[in-house]
Design a protein around this ligand. Structure first.
Ligand SMILES: NC(=O)C1=CN([C@@H]2O[C@H](COP(=O)(O)OP(=O)(O)OC[C@H]3O[C@@H](n4cnc5c(N)ncnc54)[C@H](O)[C@@H]3O)[C@@H](O)[C@H]2O)[C@@H](O)CC1
Ligand SMILES: [K+]
Length: 492
């Protein structure tokens, strides 16, 4: 992926930035639009250097205006260009009306929307709706979005894939699934989470040359996970380091039949650099774990007795992988939740927490959308409709650092900080991936990294390792493959 700016702004904020650039800094809106269209055209040529036939679908606002600029440049370059307007082009206003006129003055024609021949185009430019989307798509727009999808033609989306809510990453009825998107002035969070990564495809950014001052005083709604933080916190070790410097990680979980989860979390904690790793699990799992991973100290527990001593020795602990919600897991939960070392709560620990909500100021919670829904008492669809807001509400309710997993993981901290991960891939949708993330975050906590930073770095390390492991293919990627790839990511 292209290098993207660190800070994210909502569509409404981007419209305000746009206004500042034009009104406060005297940048003509028309030159911004011309530059947006030119960047669109450049990205298009870069992706599809052999394109001959182009369909440009233009909406009735300024996003459509960007489309007319692309169309004009494509005609000049000798392409066969069909422009179709979804709203009456004679009702265009301002800069959009001007660029449509320029397009016509060079001999370009504007047709009404018509799906005929769509599948024969080399590329479709989606200039229907951008940051001005304010309601679910319906009518002609809906028909067009469906026809584009059905035609299976590659799409370049201008600014935002039409129909995607760029604030939240939710689909407003129907949305374009673009091969790539070129977005302007501010990176919008909806492009990076929920349905956003799927709809946007490869993301390109251009600030349209607006001066840095316009961003001043505008508080970003979120930011990307910091690569620089990963490099800083995972700097090379000192030559005289010993294992006591890197903490003792304890993973609690693995009820009968679920020993794999706790073992993977433990291994991940070790791969993330914890000095020592202990597991507290059902006695039935101990010998298999020791045979496979003799570096780990595996303790068999029939009940909570003995857990206090293990917790006392740990620098940080994680509860949840394979824990179950039966009396065994519940009893371990009751004991562990008395201690105040930094911890990770995952899987069934989150389900137990949802049953008896309480503040967890030392914890990192790592829910997937279903667990997040239970923690908030809402549906999974409601969580996915606005993942940033769901993460924020989880922080408020549980006073913990929260990692809301799923495409575009969101990390939310009690200080109000929101971070988004751009690394990761759909190969990660397989069993055990969450256990590995739990272990990575735990391993970082054990080394003394503060919870919010451990969550941010942990998500980055985990996703980057998954991307590395997926070089051989996403389908069939196993959590164990990600485990194997972790070491390269914690030694940057
Ligand atoms: N000078 C500027 O303002 C610039 C604007 N830019 C482009 O302009 C876009 C924003 O322009 P606008 O504010 O005009 O907004 P849009 O072009 O995104 O859309 C606004 C129009 O769409 C309608 N609309 C909203 N939701 C709809 C729906 N669900 N179905 C059908 N119609 C719907 C609105 O009523 C309005 O008429 C950006 O995304 C970007 O592409 C760029 O050209 C950069 C410069
Ligand atoms: K668009």
């Amino acid at each position: 992926m292209e290098r993207l700016p660190e800070y994210l702004y909502t569509p409404v904020q981007v419209q305000e930035l746009d206004r500042r650039a034009i009104q406060d800094h005297g940048l003509p809106g028309l030159s911004l639009m011309e530059r947006a269209g030119r960047r669109g055209w450049e990205v298009l040529l870069n992706h599809w250097p052999h394109v001959r036939r182009l369909r440009v679908l233009c909406g009735g606002g300024n996003n459509g205006g960007d489309g007319y600029v692309v169309a004009r440049l494509a005609r000049r370059a000798g392409l066969t260009v069909t422009v179709q307007a979804l709203s009456d082009p004679d009702k265009l206003q301002g800069d959009a009306a001007t660029v449509a006129k320029r397009y016509r003055e060079e001999g370009g024609r504007i047709e009404a929307w018509n799906p005929a021949g769509l599948a024969d185009e080399d590329v479709v430019v989606d200039a229907l709706l951008g940051t001005g989307l304010d309601r679910p798509v319906e009518g002609r727009y809906l028909e067009a979005l469906r026809a584009v999808k059905a035609a299976e033609v590659p799409v370049l989306a201008i600014d935002v894939p039409s129909g995607l809510n760029a604030a939240t990453g939710a689909v407003m009825g129907e949305a374009v699934e673009a091969a790539c998107t070129v977005t302007f002035i501010g990176l919008k969070p909806g492009l990076l989470t929920g349905a956003g990564p799927h709809c946007a495809g490869q993301l390109h950014f251009d600030d349209l040359g607006v001066p840095a001052e316009i961003y001043q005083g505008m508080k970003p709604v979120a930011a990307l996970c910091r690569e620089a933080l990963r490099l800083q916190r995972l700097a090379p070790r000192q030559a005289h380091a010993h294992k006591g410097n890197f903490g003792h990680a304890l993973v609690i979980g693995g009820d009968l039949g679920m020993g794999g989860a706790v073992r993977m979390a433990g291994e991940a904690a070790g791969r993330a650099g914890a000095g020592l790793v202990s597991l507290a699990t059902r006695p039935a799992h101990v010998s298999a774990i020791l045979a496979a991973r003799p570096e780990i100290m595996a303790h068999g527990l029939e009940g909570p007795e003995g857990l206090v001593a293990l917790l006392d020795r740990a620098t940080a602990w994680a509860l949840g992988p394979g824990l179950g919600q039966d009396p065994w897991g519940q009893a371990l939960w009751d004991v562990a939740m008395q201690t105040d070392h930094p911890c990770v709560l995952d899987a069934d620990a989150l389900n137990l927490l949802a049953r008896a909500p309480r503040p967890c100021p030392n914890a990192v919670l790592t829910p997937h959308p279903g667990e997040a829904a239970r923690l908030l008492g809402v549906s999974t669809a409601e969580v996915q409709a606005d993942r940033l807001d769901a993460a924020r509400r989880l922080v408020e309710r549980y006073q913990a650092v929260v990692v809301l997993k799923g495409a575009g993981s969101v990390i939310a901290a009690p200080d109000g900080g929101l971070r988004l991960a751009t690394a990761g891939n759909p190969g990660m949708a397989s069993g055990g991936m969450g256990d590995v993330l739990t272990g990575v975050v735990l391993g970082l906590l054990a080394q003394g990294i503060a919870p919010a930073e451990a969550a941010e770095i942990g998500v980055l390390v985990h996703a980057r390792a998954a991307d590395r492991a997926a070089e051989a293919g996403q389908r069939g990627l196993l959590a164990g493959d990600v485990l194997d790839a972790l070491r390269a990511e914690v030694n940057p």
